[in-house]
Ligand binder design. Structure first.
Ligand code: BG6
Length: 468
C-alpha cells in the first residue's frame, strides 16, 4: 500500500528567529527576554550556550534556503523577530531587519518554497517585558502594531501568517513552572498573560483582515490530547479538566472566538479569572483563524488526584488532576516525552467532530535526540529512528485525511539542528546536522528520506527508505 497524500500537500519544516538567526545583538536588534535571562543566569542553559550561539541563519540564509530546496520543501515556516524589526518594541523600524527579512522571503520564493511567517515565538523584546510583558495591555497594542508593520512590509509576498507559536508555553514557562523568564509562579498572573495573548492575537487578525491582502492568518497551537488512566469517572473528570486548561484555553478562542463556559466557571470559582473589559468579547470573536497549525509531540496522561489539594497551597492546574505514567509507554528518553503516534490522529478527529473540521496542518512534530554523532557513518547521521517516527505519525495523518480531516500539510521540527532554549544543543532535531564549531551542514538520512517522500507526495508502507 502506498500512503499517497492529497495534491498540493505542504511538505516542509519549521524554525524560529530566536532559535536560528543568531546575531542576537547585532545590526540593530535589541535584547529579548532570552538574551537578558542568559546574561543574568547563564547556568540555567545547557552547557551555558545562549541565544547568540545558533545555526547562524542571519548570515547563512542563502545557503540554508538552498538546503531547503534540496530537501524538496514546498513550504517553510520561520518567524520574524519583533526585537529585530522594531528594537524598542514600538516606534522606529530597523532598516537592516527589513532588508534581511526581504532577502529571506524573496529567496524562499525564488527557490519555490512558500514562506509561512509567524510573529511571536516566545521572544518578547526585553523593552516590552520591562513594561510588564503580556500582563500590560499596552504591550498587546504594541504587538498588534508590530504585526501590522509586518503585513504592510511583507504581506505582498507572504500569504500565510501566524500570530503566535504555542502561546501557552510562555504562560506555563514564564508564569507557572519556571522554565522561561520572568520565572513567576502565580496562576492568576498566568491567566492574565494567556487572556491578553489571545487579545493580541485577535487584534493582529483584525489588522490583517483590514488590509485585504489576499492571504490567510492563523495560529499555531501545541495540542496535547488528554487521556485518562481509566474509565473511572474521577479519572475521566480529571482528564477533562486538564483538556480545558491546556488545550481548550487556546483552541476554543482560536476556532470558536470564545472561551469554554466550563473553564470560565472553573476559574471563576477559584477567583482566578482575568479582568475582561468592554469590547474584549467582540474582539475575541474576530480572532477566529483561517488556518490552524498543530504542533504535536506528546500526549498528556491523566489520573485523578489521590487527595484533594490543600487550600493553603499555591493554586496550580494540578489541583484538578495528577499526571499519570502509563506502564509500557514508549518514550523518547532524551527529551522525556512519550511517543504516541495515534495522538496526531485523535487531534484531527477531535477537530473534525467538535470544531467543524477547520483547515489545519501539522506545523511541528519531531524527535530530539542526544549525542547523535554516535549514529554517524561515512559522514552522515543514520537517524533511522527519526524516519520511523515521522513515518508512523504520517500514517495516522493519512488516515485522518482519508476520514475527511482537512489537514493540508506536515512540517517537521526542524530543518537544521538548532538552539532549543534552556536545552541549547542537548537534543538534536534537524533534518540537517550542524557542526557547531565549523558551522558545517550535512543532510542526515532522515533529510534524504523526507526529500524523497515530498517528491513522491507519499511513501510505500514496506519500504524502509521511503522510496517506491
Ligand atoms: C516546540 C517549539 O515546543 O518544540 C520549539 O515550538 C521547540 O521552539 C520544540 O524547540 C522542541 O522542544 P524543545 O524544548 O526540546 O526545544
Amino acid at each position: 500500500m502506498k500512503y499517497q497524500f492529497p495534491q498540493g500537500f505542504w511538505w516542509g519544516s519549521a524554525s524560529s528567529a530566536p532559535q536560528s538567526e543568531g546575531a542576537s545583538m547585532e545590526d540593530g536588534k535589541s535584547a529579548t527576554i532570552w538574551d537578558h535571562w542568559f546574561a543574568i543566569e547563564p547556568a540555567r542553559f545547557h552547557q551555558r550556550i545562549g541565544p547568540r550561539d545558533t545555526s547562524g541563519f542571519y548570515r547563512r540564509w542563502r545557503e540554508d534556503i538552498a538546503l531547503l530546496r534540496r530537501l524538496n520543501h514546498n513550504t517553510f515556516r520561520t518567524s520574524i523577530s519583533w526585537a529585530r524589526l522594531i528594537p524598542q518594541g514600538r516606534g522606529e523600524v530597523n532598516p537592516q531587519a527589513v532588508a534581511f527579512y526581504n532577502n529571506v522571503i524573496d529567496e524562499l520564493l525564488a527557490q519555490g518554497v512558500t514562506p509561512f511567517i509567524n510573529l511571536f515565538h516566545f521572544d518578547m523584546p526585553l523593552a516590552m517585558q520591562q513594561l510588564g510583558g503580556w500582563e500590560n495591555r499596552a504591550v498587546v497594542e504594541a504587538y498588534a502594531a508590530f504585526a501590522d508593520v509586518c503585513f504592510q512590509l511583507f504581506g505582498d509576498r507572504v500569504k500565510h501568517w501566524f500570530t503566535f507559536n504555542e502561546p501557552i508555553v510562555p504562560v506555563e514557562g514564564g508564569y507557572l513552572y519556571d522554565f522561561h523568564y520572568p520565572n513567576v509562579v502565580d496562576f492568576k498572573r498566568a491567566a492574565v498573560v494567556a487572556f491578553h495573548t489571545m487579545l493580541a492575537h485577535s487584534l493582529a487578525v483584525r489588522h490583517y483582515r483590514a488590509r485585504n491582502q489576499d492571504g490567510e492568518i492563523g495560529i499555531i497551537l501545541n495540542l496535547t490530547p488528554s487521556y485518562s488512566r481509566s474509565s473511572d469517572p474521577d479519572d475521566v473528570a480529571a482528564a477533562h479538566r486538564a483538556d480545558l486548561l491546556f488545550n481548550r484555553s487556546f483552541l476554543d478562542p482560536a476556532l470558536r472566538g470564545r472561551y469554554p463556559q466550563e473553564l470560565v466557571r472553573l476559574l471563576g470559582a477559584y477567583g482566578q479569572l482575568p479582568t475582561c473589559r468592554a469590547g474584549d468579547a467582540a474582539l475575541l470573536k474576530e480572532g477566529v483563524v483561517d488556518l490552524l497549525g498543530i504542533n504535536y509531540y506528546q500526549p498528556r496522561r491523566i489520573k485523578s488526584r489521590e487527595s484533594p489539594a490543600d487550600p493553603a497551597d499555591l493554586f496550580m492546574p494540578e489541583w484538578f488532576f495528577s499526571p499519570y505514567e502509563m506502564p509500557g509507554r514508549k518514550m523518547n528518553p532524551y527529551r522525556g516525552w512519550e511517543i504516541y503516534e495515534k495522538g496526531i490522529y485523535d487531534i484531527l478527529t477531535n477537530l473534525r467532530e467538535n470544531y467543524a473540521n477547520p483547515r489545519c496542518f501539522i506545523s511541528e512534530n519531531g524527535m530530539g535526540v542526544e549525542d547523535e554523532q554516535r549514529f554517524e557513518q561515512h559522514g552522515q547521521i543514520q537517524d533511522d529512528y527519526r524516519i520511523a517516527f515521522i513515518r508512523q505519525h504520517l500514517q495516522w495523518v493519512h488516515r485522518g485525511i482519508q476520514e475527511g480531516s482537512h489537514c493540508l500539510g506536515y512540517h517537521m521540527w526542524t530543518f537544521i539542528d538548532n538552539w532549543s532554549w534552556c536545552n541549547a544543543y542537548k537534543n538534536r532535531y534537524g533534518f540537517v546536522q550542524l557542526d557547531r564549531a565549523s558551522q558545517r551542514r550535512a543532510i542526515k538520512k532522515s533529510g534524504e528520506w523526507f526529500a524523497a517522500v515530498a517528491a513522491d507526495n507519499g511513501f510505500a508502507e514496506e519500504d524502509n527508505d521511503g522510496r517506491s
